[in-house]
Design a protein around this ligand. Sequence first.
Ligand SMILES: C[S@@+](CC[C@H](N)C(=O)[O-])C[C@H]1O[C@@H](n2cnc3c(N)ncnc32)[C@H](O)[C@@H]1O
Length: 318
Amino acid sequence: MQEQEIYLIGLIHNIGLLKEEMAIHFPNWRFNYGVHGFVTFRSEVEYKLPDLREMNITFSLVKGVSLFRGTWAELDQRREHFEKKHSPVSTHYWNLLEEKGEMGDRKVRGTVFDIIRIANDDYILGVRMQVRGDFAPYSGSSPIPMPEEAPSRAYQKLGEVFKHFRPLVAHEEVFLDIGCSPGGSTFYLMEKGFRVVGVDPIPVDPIITEKFPEGFLQLGQSFVELKKKHLLGLPPVGWIVLDVELPIFNTLPRLLKLVSKLDSVIGLIVTVKMNLEMSVDKVEEVDELLRNANFTDIKKGQLPSHNREYCIIAKKRD
Ligand SMILES: C[S@@+](CC[C@H](N)C(=O)[O-])C[C@H]1O[C@@H](n2cnc3c(N)ncnc32)[C@H](O)[C@@H]1O
């Protein structure tokens, strides 16, 4: 029986998490090999490319089907044959040896090729389904330029969230930025024209109020004590960012309790740190907490700035 070889590319520093996730959720896929940020599995079930793309694998950036493995010269020889068969709209080059990717057109929707250099003269040609906006810099370098004034790298993290997940946020939206200090995420949100209510016992960097004299207010307290009454008189919060580096099973239920009292909240952006308290087998439990609070539209994924963490964008369905 012909088996399908499925490849996944993950963030190079989180590849262990990807392997763990695969062992838990796809025990029937047999691990084939892995190198750098690249792993392959053999599956007896043959998947169609759109179905493969839709599979929610938190720690993988892309998923495709291997077509061919060989030297550069062999690949060159067979390329036309595969192009005729699959008509790719773009081709991406992944040089895993140099941790460099030379991405083709990531804005087109359709079948794309990945040419992946896994060893000196050893290449894989793979095919997968790409949806407009996919991006996958796997080596950890952020596609978001960091402004000199931005107080922290959370600026880039938020930028990557918007670039990758493209949450539909109305222009006049108000964000509650929990754990806002020193202010990278707030800086990004303000720059995009949103209004921000920050929550953090530590004051944000003064650059925030210097650069954005209007539209920002900080509640200098722990969010654990935050009650609906503290937000009275402020513009209603539509979205919440939670990035506090505290145990998720402690913070998220508290946040959801507060949110249950705030009808205006429609979306959450949550960073989940993987640590002793939060392991790969508990990813589903976090989703369950969100679903039980009516946040049923859940997207998860890896952003280039992530190191042993992942991000959730959860929305209430309209
Ligand atoms: C990783 S930093 C967040 C980075 C920040 N979002 C930025 O854009 O620069 C974590 C922050 O969470 C804050 N924090 C920790 N526990 C908190 C709590 N219970 N309530 C509010 N903020 C808290 C810390 O004071 C710290 O400033």
